[in-house]
Ligand binder design. Structure first.
Ligand SMILES: [Zn+2]
Length: 335
């Protein structure tokens, strides 16, 4: 059977447990060398009937799911793979409600599943954007807090609880887009220098030409970067000073958040930002051709390794690494 190209083909293809298993193995260990996720040993014995390996290094058993985002999940690989396919290939994302309907699992399981999958999509590359002579657009945007789009009862409740005062219901996302390249985006607590500057230094190489709007914080970056500012009242003759690229990313992000996800807690916002950044960064190949759905899915599947996320981490009982950036616990941000 041919490898799937569409969602419909993927559903048929992965409904066979053996095929789903082989497919996932190939993506997890692309060179065919299966190694133990515990001790790293390449010497193991495969027990076909139980789909598990006996490691000769540490004498323990391991499965495909060990030390991956699938670990401890009672859900079958077929379900995981279909959910992943849908998440990375639907332009505006996919809601837990849709996954619940498509896969016949509870909405709560679907939600947990999607959050784990988003974790795998988090950018782990330490390669910085830019470099001498290349151009990176930098911008921030506010997410949430549109009271007028909210149901009346919710608006009244939030207003009563003080949730709509002083802009506290909005989150700030900072985005950096290399022209003809990749995007990085991060939720930051506010637009103060102390958050803007370190974020730029963390993600962008010195010597890069930064394209920003007139926001003050960018004027205090020091001499490490070349800085060009957009003047919204004047148009530049050569047309290169603009932030249209990153603004395009914001509109994709907001379309997903507003259309598909209805409401996202500030605590989890960065996961949705990571998800959109992944889709954005896998829209084209290096030679500029469009990436197919199956290639994007394969790229996503190759990242399942080494990511674990427990339910308590997800619900905030345990500190997750980037949660400090996304504000307080349980208030919903209305979109
Ligand atoms: Zn081992």
């Amino acid at each position: 059977m041919k490898e799937p190209k569409t969602l419909q083909e993927a559903i048929v293809y992965f409904s066979d447990p053996d095929r789903a298993f082989e497919f996932a193995c190939k993506l997890r260990w692309p060179d065919g060398k299966v190694f133990c996720p515990r001790c790293g040993s390449e010497k193991s014995y495969f027990i076909k009937t139980r789909k598990l390996w006996l490691c000769r290094g540490c004498d323990k058993q391991f499965t495909l799911k060990v030390n991956s985002i699938f670990e401890d999940s009672p859900l079958g690989l077929d379900k995981w793979m279909i959910a992943f396919w849908m998440l990375v290939n639907c332009k505006n994302g996919v809601s837990s409600m849709e996954i619940h309907r498509t896969l016949g699992i509870t909405q709560k399981s679907a939600w947990f599943m999607l959050q784990r999958l988003r974790l795998a999509l988090q950018e782990k590359s330490f390669v910085k954007l830019g470099g001498p002579g290349s151009e990176v657009e930098v911008d921030e945007t506010y997410i949430g807090g549109k009271a007028r789009n909210m149901h009346r009862s919710k608006r009244e409740r939030l207003s009563r609880d003080g949730g709509l005062q002083g802009g506290h219901d909005k989150a700030v996302v900072m985005g950096m887009l290399e022209r003809e390249g990749q995007v990085r985006a991060r939720v930051i607590p506010n637009r103060k220098d102390q958050h803007i500057r370190p974020t730029i230094k963390e993600f962008i190489d010195p010597g890069t030409i930064l394209m920003t709007d007139e926001f003050d914080a960018y004027n205090r970056l020091g001499g490490e970067y070349v800085h060009k500012m957009v003047n919204h009242l004047e148009r530049y003759v050569d047309g290169t000073i603009h932030t249209n690229g990153i603004e395009n990313f914001w509109s994709l992000l907001k379309r997903g958040l507003g259309g598909t996800y209805i409401s996202v807690e500030p605590f989890h916002l960065f996961r949705y930002v990571d998800e959109q950044a992944f889709r954005f960064n896998t829209r084209k190949d290096e030679d500029g051709t469009k990436i197919s759905d199956s290639a994007r899915f394969a790229e996503a599947m190759s990242r399942i390794d080494g990511h674990r996320l427990t339910y308590s981490q997800l619900t905030g009982k345990d500190q997750s690494p980037r949660h400090e950036a996304t504000g307080t616990g349980n208030t919903e941000i209305p979109f």
